[in-house]
Design a protein around this ligand. Structure first.
Ligand code: GAP
Length: 441
């Protein structure tokens, strides 16, 4: 079986996970809409991350800052000056590329000697030019100088500029963390590989404020914790995950050390999350640009310092693509496609099916649906043969099938089908909730 991105895209559309934005107008490049199953899966992932950060760690709290912020923030953070991609154009076929995707070291090549990757013409590529990735807009009714604002390219800055307010309100002591989930926007030049690189996406970022000197240890701790999250909480196959350390020429302008968590997608190993040591770069810059003292007072040691920041920055959409890719399974023996999501991630936990549309079976099935609804996301299906109904749910990744038959009317039992093994066990209705909770947790 070959797992291709095209097969995943097709399943996502067919089963209502993900759609191209504005499809009836011919599509809008690099933006995607999440359908009924996609939004459930995405919510399950973000809730799991939120719980991991803010519930499992006593010293991490949440924040929800605005997408639009004071434009000076982006000058201070370096995004106005340094958040650029180098671009080259082909004068022959008019294609545009990121220079670093054509050659590894963009400062050395003679561009006139390089072939255009699209049309193959040599001598027609321009020298690289810098292109800022931030989307600009204007605030207020008139477009004039001084009204420009940016859509945030990372959620992190909203945390930095609120850090003292949060710390003071919650009486937090270093080390502590602030977590945030929200939209980010980047005018990506080359958006490709489905939802992997888009212009509008969601980030789940946690900024951990530590005492300078303890940052290296904290970095090790967070690298390990984040890798474990993918393995244990999301159930991703370990052999498809690896770390990649940023070399000198890969490091972002703010980072002293950076590690990517990479997943082995059909298009190759690619970053899904970054763990960065941002030192005191951001807080020092905001202090300088705002004129505010952003130091932290360490009372027990009578010490004052700007905390160092260890950042864990995950893309929610890339996490979703990771889960979709890792779960996709062609069960050739049984001629079916199965999304083997961990039950805790599955958009729908169970389908309730009356075996037939008569003899009181639909009514009995509906009573079970009502019983389960307050606890789980469940659906009712009585259309088509029972085999077809199961296979539809296998593609949707529903881990359990509950079937009501004539015996159910006599002894209050149902069959419980497991999506992956297709095994069916008879179980009493009053044990269903307990059994599902045990497996879904
Ligand atoms: N605050 C640090 C930061 O933004 P980044 O490596 O540029 O670091 C972090 O981005 C994560 O955000 C990436 O690992 C990825 O998961 C996600 N991400 C970045 N750009 C993206 C894009 N254009 N489309 C989808 N996800 C993106």
């Amino acid at each position: 079986m070959e797992k291709t991105i095209e097969k995943i895209v097709s399943l996502c559309k067919r089963r209502g996970f993900i759609f191209q934005s504005s499809e009836i107008y011919g599509g809008f490049s690099a933006v995607y809409d999440y359908g009924p199953l996609g939004v459930e899966l995405k919510n399950n992932l973000s809730q799991l991350w939120w719980k991991e950060m803010t519930q499992n760690h006593e010293n991490i709290v949440g924040l929800d800052s605005g997408i639009l912020m004071h434009p000076k923030i982006w000058e201070a953070s370096g995004h106005v000056g340094a958040f650029n991609d180098p671009l080259v154009d082909c004068k022959h076929c008019k294609s545009r590329f990121r220079a670093d995707e054509i050659v590894e070291n963009i400062s050395s090549p003679q561009w006139v000697e390089i072939k255009c990757p699209s049309c193959g013409t040599t001598g027609k590529l321009t020298e690289p030019r810098q292109f800022n990735l931030m989307f600009q807009t204007n605030v207020g009714p008139v477009e004039e100088t001084g009204t420009e604002a940016f859509l945030r390219p990372e959620t992190a800055q909203g945390i930095y500029v609120n850090y003292q307010l949060v710390q003071g309100a919650m009486r937090l002591k270093v080390p502590f963390g602030i977590a945030q989930i929200g939209k980010a926007f980047r005018n990506e030049i080359i958006a490709r590989n489905f939802i992997f690189r888009t212009r509008e996406f969601e980030q789940m970022e946690m900024q951990y404020f530590v005492k300078p000197g303890t940052d290296d240890n904290s970095m090790i701790e967070w690298k390990n914790k984040r890798m474990k999250f993918y393995e244990d909480q999301l159930g991703i196959n370990k052999s498809n995950l690896q770390f990649h350390e940023h070399g000198e020429n890969e490091l972002a302008h703010y980072a002293k050390e950076a590690w990517d968590i990479e997943y082995k997608f059909p298009f190759g190993w690619s970053e899904i999350e970054g763990v960065h040591n941002r030192t005191d770069f951001d807080l020092a810059k905001h202090s300088e640009y705002s004129g505010k003292n952003l130091t932290y007072f360490d009372q027990p040691n009578n010490d004052r310092f700007i905390p160092y920041i260890i950042e864990t920055s995950a893309g929610l959409n890339r996490m979703l693509l990771t889960v979709l890719t890792d779960s996709y399974w062609e069960d050739n023996e049984n001629n079916r496609i199965v999304m083997r999501f961990h039950p805790r991630l599955a958009p729908t936990k169970a389908v309730v099916c009356p075996l037939l549309k008569k003899d009181g079976l639909p009514e009995k099935a509906r009573t079970i649906l009502e019983l389960l609804k307050p606890h789980f996301k469940v659906v009712f299906d009585q259309q088509g043969s029972i085999g077809k109904r199961y296979y539809r749910q296998d593609e949707a990744g529903t881990p359990y099938g509950i079937t009501v038959d004539h015996q159910s009317l006599e002894d209050d039992t149902v069959t419980l089908r497991d999506r992956d093994t297709q095994k069916q066990n008879r179980i009493s209705i009053d044990r269903l909730i307990q059994e599902l909770i045990k497996n879904i947790r």
